[in-house]
Design a protein around this ligand. Structure first.
Ligand SMILES: Nc1ncnc2c1ncn2[C@@H]1O[C@H](COP(=O)(O)OP(=O)(O)OP(=O)(O)O)[C@@H](O)[C@H]1O
Ligand SMILES: [Mg+2]
Length: 295
């Protein structure tokens, strides 16, 4: 689906890669006796789209929640936009968080609120905004995610899965953040809606010069969007690099994930100059494809 915004940014260069905006050092997080993350280091620079992959329960959502200051690390240091979250007051953490937007993995929308009220909610939380200004802010964001204004009064139950993700994205960008965290933005969508959401993330990244941290099990979305892929396994980030480099790392999880049939199939969507850097094992034909489509 083409949107006015997509057309407008088509020829824009990708956002330049800038200074580090997330710096995680020696992070350990445990829940009771469950040690989830241990001695973990992770960096993201301004303008990147970093995809976080790892098995179910490996701690991806936990890492994101710690970076956002929604949970306290057991030990270690986290800097967000250069501010050490472990050293500053909760009120200041909330203020820093307003520079970020988040699409949560589950329960993306409040079911009892209309589309408009869902998107307006982060603005209302900040304080009183005149009704006509709020309307303009919300309608602009709905427009940006390709949702015609006529949907604003609908309730979430009346929306398709793809539309729900769009509303979630509109809410995530409503405060005009510098950084977006997207936890499984394509989960549960059919291939076409998934492609549309991937396209939309790419468009927003260019249009707003965003930094994006993406958590996903969707290999096609990972290949299409990532400037780097970070692999979470053994309670730490094993490697964080362009996907063609990660695919060559000799580790059981990485071999299975990137060089299995689904991984190899997804990697075929890389442009030729990046495919040329893949390890030989990634180039073996993926069963069931004719070589072109990633799905
Ligand atoms: N609030 C919490 N209290 C106790 N344990 C938790 C909490 N949140 C997460 N965990 C545990 O931490 C581990 C990592 O969970 P997390 O949700 O971060 O994994 P994930 O990589 O996001 O998984 P998925 O791919 O299934 O979303 C799991 O063992 C989970 O049970
Ligand atoms: Mg998760």
């Amino acid at each position: 689906m083409s949107t006015p915004l997509k057309d407008a940014v088509r020829d824009l260069p990708l956002p330049a890669i800038g200074e580090p905006v997330i710096e995680v050092r020696n992070l350990t997080k445990r829940y009771g006796r469950n040690l989830v993350l241990q001695h973990l280091d992770f960096d993201v620079r301004r303008g990147e789209i970093v995809t976080l992959v790892g098995g179910s329960g490996s701690g991806k959502t936990t890492l994101v929640r710690n970076i956002l200051g929604l949970e306290k690390p057991t030990s270690g240091a986290i800097r967000l936009f250069g501010e050490d979250l472990t050293q500053i007051a909760p009120a200041d953490i909330r203020l820093i968080r307003t520079r970020t937007g988040m699409l949560f993995q589950h329960g993306a929308l409040f079911s009892s609120l209309s589309v408009f009220d869902n998107v307006a909610q982060p603005v209302r939380e900040l304080g009183k905004v005149p009704a006509d200004l709020l309307r303009d802010i919300v309608m602009l964001k709905l427009e940006m995610v390709g949702l015609p204004c006529k949907h604003a009064s609908k309730m979430p139950a009346a929306l398709s899965g793809g539309m729900i993700k769009r509303v979630g994205l509109a809410r995530a960008i409503v405060l005009e953040p510098e950084m977006l965290f997207l936890d499984e933005p394509t989960a549960g969508l059919d291939p076409r809606s998934s492609d549309e959401v991937v396209d939309l993330i790419s468009t927003l990244h260019r249009a707003l010069g965003l930094t994006v941290v993406l958590v996903t099990h969707d290999l096609d979305a990972m290949v299409a969007l990532s400037t780097r892929v970070a692999v979470l396994a053994e309670r730490r980030v094993l490697v964080a690099a362009p996907v063609e480099e990660v695919a060559g790392v000799n580790h059981p999880f990485i071999r299975e994930y990137f060089l299995g049939t689904r991984g190899r199939r997804a990697l075929q969507a890389l442009p030729p100059e990046r495919r040329a850097k893949l390890p030989g094992a990634a180039l073996a034909p993926a069963f069931g494809t004719t070589g072109g489509s990633a799905r």
